[in-house]
Ligand binder design. Structure first.
Ligand code: URA
Length: 195
C-alpha cells in the first residue's frame, strides 16, 4: 500500500469506528483531502453545508477564499493536505462541542502521524485550541509556535484566523492575507530536516 492508500484506509476505518454523535445528523463524514506527502497540513474546524453535501473540506465560500490565498503563494490544493478537527457537520453550522471534538481527536492525530507534515497550520481558534488551549488566536495568529507533543511527529505550528471569519470582516481579512503570505518564509525557516 502506498501512503495515499494507507490514508484512504485510515479514513474508512475511522468512519466505521468514530463515535461522534454528529454522525446522526450529518449527511456524511468529510475526510481530509489533498496530498498524503504534503509538507503542510491545514486544520479547520468542522464541515459546513457545502462540505456536508460534497464530502470535501473547504469547498464553500471560505474554501474559495482559502484557494485564492493559496494561489497567491503559488500553492495548489494538490500540494497540501486539508482536514478538520471534527469530521461531521454540526447542525446549523454551530460551533463543535467539546465532546464532539474529542470524539474525532484520535482520527485527526492518526492523519497527522501518517502524513508527518513539517508544518501544521490552524485555521481558527477551534483548531488551535485543540493543541494549544492556553493560547489566544488574537495574540498568536501569524506567529510560529514550536512545541514537542508526544502523540504527533510535527513540532511547528502556525495559527491563522479562520477564513470564514475573516471573509466578511475587512480588518481581519487584511491580517489573514498578510499572515498567509508569511508561509513560504516560515517553511524556509523550518528547513528540510526538522521532522
Ligand atoms: N470551515 C471549516 O472549518 N471547515 C470546512 O471544511 C469548511 C468550512
Amino acid at each position: 500500500m502506498n501512503k495515499l492508500q494507507e490514508l484512504q484506509a485510515l479514513h474508512k476505518d475511522w468512519e466505521k469506528k468514530c463515535e461522534c454523535r454528529l454522525k446522526k445528523t450529518a449527511t456524511r463524514a468529510v475526510f481530509g483531502h489533498g496530498s498524503a506527502e504534503a509538507d503542510i497540513v491545514f486544520i479547520g474546524e468542522a464541515p459546513g453545508k457545502k462540505e456536508d453535501e460534497t464530502g470535501i473540506p473547504f469547498v464553500g465560500s471560505a474554501g474559495k477564499f482559502l484557494d485564492e490565498m493559496l494561489s497567491a503563494i503559488k500553492l495548489k490544493r494538490e500540494d497540501i493536505y486539508i482536514t478538520n478537527i471534527v469530521k461531521y457537520r454540526p447542525p446549523n453550522n454551530r460551533d463543535p462541542l467539546p465532546e464532539e471534538k474529542s470524539a474525532c481527536r484520535d482520527w485527526l492525530l492518526d492523519e497527522l502521524k501518517l502524513i508527518k507534515p513539517k508544518l501544521i497550520i490552524f485555521l481558527g481558534r477551534h483548531a488551535m485550541s485543540n493543541f494549544f488551549p492556553e493560547e489566544k488566536i488574537s495574540k498568536v495568529h501569524g506567529k510560529l509556535l514550536t512545541k514537542k507533543f508526544i502523540d504527533i511527529p510535527t513540532r511547528h505550528f502556525f495559527p491563522l484566523y479562520h477564513p470564514a471569519m475573516a471573509l466578511y470582516k475587512g480588518s481581519m481579512r487584511k491580517v489573514l492575507i498578510a499572515d498567509f503570505k508569511k508561509i513560504p518564509k516560515i517553511l524556509e525557516k523550518i528547513g528540510k530536516d526538522t521532522v
